[in-house]
Design a protein around this ligand. Structure first.
Ligand code: AVI
Length: 329
């Protein structure tokens, strides 16, 4: 059966980031799209709503750790004047707890917030500098998945200590080779003795995981389907989101939650900007996200392979989320 019919010639949309991704992801079988496609303005708004859902424990559990342990985390970084750098900072809503602790310890702190969204960083800068005297925020609009080699991190002073933050279990949305690449990229920005604070969601009961990624109010379903709305808007396609069902699955073998969009009928969708037709069978899915769940051993192993040693680890009261302080060796 032919999954896709390409009508040559493809116009230059195929060379854009979204065009290339949709062409790649919907041409083969199984169909899959990369999760960065979620985060247009509407997707970012829906993700903020997800973080407030009662079933989505991830953000709340990590915040609980920072509320209880921010001072310990900051002092574990060691001697020297600490500067913080955050990958995928977004609106940095939890980071304020760490920045406050850094100001308590050393009077002021420099914070570089790195994210692909200029508007999220602008909000972060305004609120953090407005609310925490002693914090100076530098926003860097960068897609960190392209590598960190060209980041303008500034000159180190003699007693400077860098701490990178990679929190929120963002690491869980990448497969292991790519996660390792990101950790190695971070390691290259550090000298021995600097630290990385890595937040990772931990393996837990299947039912808790499934509810967190398939909430009864349907916010996660809307977040997942928004990817089709985005492709319609940017590539002119005629996906009907109502003809897809949101699916969350626990893949035990790979230790990950998978999100899929399942086609309710056999259908053909036209993507004019790419000049292609996408054929979907009934019950065929588009795999839109992986969210890996970790054990301490897995995190320790990944960090060791990237040139770090785990020094301390904190969890929330339920032991659902882990925060790892890793030293560059
Ligand atoms: C951003 N990331 C850590 C979220 C997660 O839990 O994997 C994205 C998300 N997808 C569905 N709900 C939340």
């Amino acid at each position: 059966m032919q999954a896709l019919t390409a009508l040559p010639p493809l116009n230059e949309t195929a060379g854009t980031r979204i065009g290339a991704e949709v062409l790649r992801g919907l041409s083969g079988r199984p169909k899959a799209l990369s999760p960065w496609l979620f985060y247009d303005d509407e997707g970012s708004r829906l993700f903020e709503l997800i973080t407030e859902l009662p079933e989505y424990y991830v953000t709340r559990s990590e915040r609980e750790i920072f509320v209880a342990h921010a001072d310990e985390i900051i002092s574990a970084a060691g001697d020297g004047h600490l500067s913080l750098y955050e990958l995928g900072a977004g609106t940095a809503s939890k980071t304020g707890l760490l920045l406050r602790a850094a100001v308590r310890r050393q009077g002021n702190v420099r914070y570089q917030a790195i994210d692909i969204s200029a508007s999220a960083l602008e909000d972060a800068k305004q609120s953090l500098e407005g609310e925490i005297p002693g914090v100076s925020v530098e926003a860097l609009v960068v897609d960190y998945t392209d590598g960190l080699a060209n980041l303008p991190l500034g000159q180190r002073q003699q007693d400077d200590r860098r701490m990178f933050l990679y929190i929120g279990s963002s690491i869980g949305n990448f497969d292991m080779p790519f996660a390792l690449r990101i950790l190695r990229d971070i390691r290259h920005q550090l000298v021995p003795g600097d630290t990385l604070l890595l937040g990772a969601d931990l393996v837990k009961e299947r039912q808790i995981l499934l509810q967190a990624y398939d909430d009864p109010s349907g916010v996660t379903a809307a977040f997942n389907k928004n990817v089709l709305v985005r492709i319609n808007r940017e590539l002119g396609s005629n996906f009907n989101p109502q003809l897809f069902r949101h699916r969350a699955r626990w893949n035990e073998e790979c230790s990950r939650i998978e999100m899929h969009l399942e086609s309710l009928i056999t259908q053909i969708v036209f993507v004019p900007a790419l000049d292609i037709q996408v054929r979907l069978g009934r019950a065929e899915t588009i795999h839109t996200e992986n969210s890996y769940k970790f054990t301490d051993e897995q995190i320790g192993g990944l960090l060791a392979r990237a040139g770090f040693e785990v020094e301390q680890r904190w969890t929330d009261r339920r032991g659902w989320f882990g925060e790892y302080l890793a030293r560059a060796v």
